[in-house]
Design a protein around this ligand. Structure first.
Ligand code: UDP
Length: 323
């Protein structure tokens, strides 16, 4: 298929583009490179540098690509930042997303695949979390993604644009070629691995008084190659709706640090710090619907294996991407 991929120069997008090219799709990447990296775009894909705020250029790019499906990764995606700059989140994730929907409708696109998040749920009343839980986000990031989920339903009903929306739990790991490099790194695993690489003295544990067994937040880490495969399955014409994507197992911040120590064989000093505003204590997926309805089967189910792929990439690319 002809795929139009926003955010294809970003962390998750880059690995999706690689897998989509492997599967024989023709890919156009649209990315403004504020977060993404030009060298993270698979050389088999066409690259257009552009911003979702530029409605006319965007509409032309979607048409020019002969787009059959849009895969929308581009977003602002930091819980902490969303608590201090909500405007950025509602503008980029909602308003600019609507520009993309209009471009898709204008070009007669039939399928829209959206990167949503477990942050749309807020602190859940039970784990593992399936799709029937109420959605009550506690930060503007989760709220902005939930708002766009609602917009998707209306565009399906009123414009016939079908969609699949994935609520990712914590994306992690790397392929041999593409990995995680944010210019300002706030995520746990890459920050822990920076300490293992000797680039940082210690990792901060952000909150040790959560109602969890060791007092630190619990997350469900899912490999980006497995996320990419779910997106490829979503392209089938009979697939539609919302899916939670995770491994169904949770790991605390302290457990992640211990795993990184074991995988790297290096000591990783940690320092206890206050909570980061907006963080729910425990998020664990139930991906049963994706397993049965999409036929999705994650390959990386062990946290050690996920971290090992990230560690291999960071060892090979200690300074990340060159541009
Ligand atoms: N975290 C931490 N130290 C860091 C970065 C993150 O303790 O340097 C914690 C963070 O508070 C959260 C968990 O690790 O509880 C995962 O955070 P991350 O930013 O990787 O993903 P999020 O769950 O926010 O999407």
């Amino acid at each position: 298929m002809n795929l139009f991929v926003t955010g294809g120069a970003g962390y998750i997008g880059s690995v999706f583009v690689e897998e989509a090219c492997n599967a024989g799709h023709a890919v156009t990447v649209f990315d403004n490179l504020t977060e993404g990296h030009r060298s993270a775009v698979d050389t088999r894909a066409k690259f257009v540098q552009g911003d979702l705020g530029e409605r006319d250029r965007l509409a032309a790019a979607v048409k020019d690509a002969g787009t059959e499906a849009v895969i929308h990764f581009a977003a602002s995606a930091l819980v902490g930042e969303s608590m201090t700059n909500p405007s950025k989140y509602f503008r980029n994730n909602v308003a600019n997303g609507v520009n993309l929907l209009d471009a898709a409708v204008g070009a007669g696109v039939k399928k829209f695949v959206f990167s949503s998040t477990c942050a749309t749920f807020g602190p859940p009343e039970r784990v593992p979390m399936d799709e029937t839980l109420p959605q009550r986000p506690i930060n503007p990031y989760g709220e902005s993604k939930l708002m766009f989920e609602q917009v998707l339903k209306w565009y399906r009903e009123l414009h016939g644009l079908d969609f699949v929306a994935f609520r990712y739990f914590n994306a992690a790991g790397a392929s041999a070629q593409f990995g995680e490099h944010h210019r300002i790194e706030t995520h746990l695993i890459p920050n822990v691995l920076k300490v293992a690489l000797g680039q940082k003295e210690q990792v901060d544990i952000l909150g040790t008084d959560y109602p969890t067994p060791d007092g630190t937040c619990i997350r469900d880490y899912i490999h980006i190659a497995d996320l990419a495969q779910a997106h490829l399955l979503a392209l089938a014409p009979n697939q539609s709706g919302f899916f939670n994507l995770g491994n169904g197992e949770g790991f605390s911040v302290r457990q992640v640090i211990a795993t990184c120590e074991a995988v790297s064989g290096r000591k990783i000093p940690a320092i206890e710090k206050p909570r980061r505003p907006g963080d729910p204590p425990r998020l664990i997926a139930s991906a049963g619907k994706a397993l049965t309805q999409l036929g999705w089967k994650p390959k990386f189910t062990r946290i050690e294996d996920i971290v090992a792929t990230a560690w291999a990439w960071h060892l090979k690319n200690p300074n990340g991407y060159r541009d």
